[in-house]
Design a protein around this ligand. Structure first.
Ligand SMILES: O=C1C[C@@](O)(C(=O)O)C[C@@H](O)[C@@H]1O
Length: 257
């Protein structure tokens, strides 16, 4: 069980959205270890009013409602006309709605219900730097947070994504689709992406890490978890006495069971 100290550590900058594709996952003990939850309504066939209400009462982080279109990797083929009837019954128990560009006309109505909009775009290719910037501007036109998931083709694309994320003028979630460059998922958080998506029991997109895997990556990659050996001063000139005790104390707080 992830030690609470790990989740509460303000240094942890790789924050996890657990993407849920079945109400059975709502009852997982791992739910509490996510920073936010995404309910993939397009992948759920039965009504979830009661299950979502119970989830709302048991989870204190943001809950996102997503209806991913079949054109962008999801299972929803109902078009924009039916979207409102599908999502409106659940608005009282969620905080944000993920809206693709094709559904942007619903943004103001969602905001009028005091819900935030994650304006999203998912592509199986890799846009250039300028196209990425234009896409960010388009998404910012209707979203409180922008989200872009693209498929890098080479390491240069990864550098482009990291640079675009780190210079993005808006609150951004940047992700990669596919498995070849999945390692970029946690790195994008180190360069400014607000969250990375993971799964609890079944992946909702190729290349996703499980929440357990991402917790470990978050622990190992987040600057606050680097051994306090240097503590900002070179070992040679610093007084290294007490390092072992300090690092053992530090590690005690972060023990995994
Ligand atoms: O947009 C995203 C990111 C995602 O596609 C992923 O690659 O992890 C998973 C989706 O559920 C989510 O809505």
């Amino acid at each position: 069980m992830l030690h609470e100290a790990l989740k509460s550590d303000s240094n942890r900058i790789i924050r996890i959205i657990a993407s849920l594709s079945s109400p059975l996952e709502f009852r997982s003990p791992l739910i509490k270890e996510a920073d936010a939850l995404e309910v993939r309504l397009d992948m759920i066939t039965e009504p979830i009013n009661d299950a979502l209400h119970q989830l709302r009462n048991s989870f204190d982080g943001p809950i996102i409602l997503t209806m991913r279109s079949s054109d962008e990797g999801g299972a929803y083929a109902g078009g924009t006309g039916r979207l409102w009837e599908r999502i409106s019954p659940y608005l009282s128990d969620i905080d944000m709605v993920d809206l693709e560009i094709r559904f942007q006309d619903h943004a103001e109505r969602i905001k009028s219900h005091n819900k935030s909009v994650i304006a999203s775009c998912h592509r199986n290719d890799m846009p250039g730097e300028q196209e990425l910037q234009n896409l960010m501007d388009t998404l910012h036109g209707f979203g409180d947070i922008i989200k872009i998931a693209v498929q890098p083709q080479n390491q240069q694309d990864i550098l482009t994504l990291l640079k675009s994320t780190s210079t993005c003028p808006y609150p951004v979630i940047m992700s990669v689709t596919g498995t070849v460059y999945r390692y970029a998922r946690p790195l994008l958080c180190l360069f400014g992406s607000l969250y990375t998506y993971c799964y609890i029991e079944s992946a909702t997109s190729p290349g996703q890490y499980s929440i357990r895997e991402m917790q470990l990556l978050s622990h190992l990659l987040t600057p606050g978890f680097v051994d306090p050996w240097f503590e900002g001063r070179p070992v040679r000139s610093g007084d290294v006495s007490g390092f072992l005790e300090r690092s053992q104390e530090y590690r005690k707080k972060l023990e995994y069971q």
